[in-house]
Design a protein around this ligand. Structure first.
Ligand code: ASP
Length: 285
């Protein structure tokens, strides 16, 4: 089967980070063309995105209201194997820690225990903060102080989204994988976990395809978006139609983006701007 890969830089990202989506896509595709697995391609594409300080994953992640960075990441293969970390701190590449969780009997490790696990696997202490993370925190705190919260943030949901990352891939053997990684949203309480590390919400993969989504985590969790899109693909819809159906679950003021692929092709749907990459042009189905 022809390898296929999509990456995204988050609902709300723009053309200024398109080069990141492209570079991660190129890295993942190079691996797939050499016969590597969809899982490896997704991990390596996401590592590149996490290492880009402009993006809200790994280095450059958003801060919690207390100034700490807690990150979420997950990985799932078409055989339903998965690994994820939530609210993990002080590691460079949460997706690599998720890959290590993948090799354990568990699916999700959280908080300080996820950090301890990462250390036991050789992930050195690392500060993912950048001047931009601090600037964004100051902006959020000023908005809280001044009561200038947009309607959407009043229940501590979210004001602004940008630059979460994700990828989906299909390898030569027709295996699928999905991944996601994020520093979260603005206005996050410490300990908050979004959709990105939750199977069925932020990502899903199975024998029929793979899905990774971005947007307001709380809203995605309530609608179990990735599994919804995957199930539509399993029912026989194209990935594009399935992604569009998923997007239609949300009111327009909720930013949402979806990337998906299956045996026949791929789909992308977003109600905001989004930098994303696909390794092949759409085929007529
Ligand atoms: N879904 C992510 C979260 O809620 C944010 C995003 O996609 O930008 O943590």
């Amino acid at each position: 089967m022809r390898p296929l890969l999509l990456t995204h830089c988050g609902a709300g990202s723009d053309e200024s980070v398109q080069d990141a989506a492209d570079a991660a896509g190129a890295r993942g595709m190079a691996l797939l063309k050499r016969g590597r697995s969809a899982l490896d391609a997704v991990v390596e594409a996401i590592v590149l995105l996490e290492d880009d300080p402009r993006l809200n994953a790994g280095t450059g992640s958003r801060m919690r209201v207390d100034g700490r960075i807690q990150m979420d990441a997950a990985l799932m293969g078409g055989d339903l194997e998965a690994g994820a970390v939530a609210a993990i701190e002080a590691v460079k590449n949460p997706i690599r820690v998720a890959r290590d969780v993948f090799d354990t009997p568990h699916v999700l490790l959280i908080g300080p225990d996820a950090v301890a696990f990462a250390r036991s696997k050789g992930h050195d202490p690392y500060d993912p903060a950048t001047p931009e993370s601090r600037r964004r925190l100051e902006e959020s705190l000023a908005a809280i102080r001044n009561g200038r919260l947009p309607r959407y943030a009043r229940k501590w949901k979210l004001v602004e989204l940008r630059d979460t990352v994700g990828a989906v891939a299909r390898d030569r053997r027709g295996r699928f994988a999905a991944g996601s990684s994020t520093g979260g949203t603005s206005f996050m309480l410490p300990g908050r976990v979004g959709d990105s590390p939750i199977l069925g919400a932020g990502l899903y993969a199975g024998p029929k395809g793979a899905v990774s989504v971005t947007g307001i985590g709380e809203e995605i969790l309530k609608r179990v978006l990735s599994k919804f899109v995957y199930d539509r693909i399993a029912d026989g819809l194209t990935s594009q139609r399935a992604a569009d159906r998923g997007l239609a679950l949300f009111p327009k003021d909720v930013p949402i983006g979806v990337i998906a692929l299956d045996r026949r092709g791929w789909g992308e749907s977003c109600n905001r701007s989004m930098a994303w990459f696909v390794s092949e042009r759409r085929r007529t189905l």
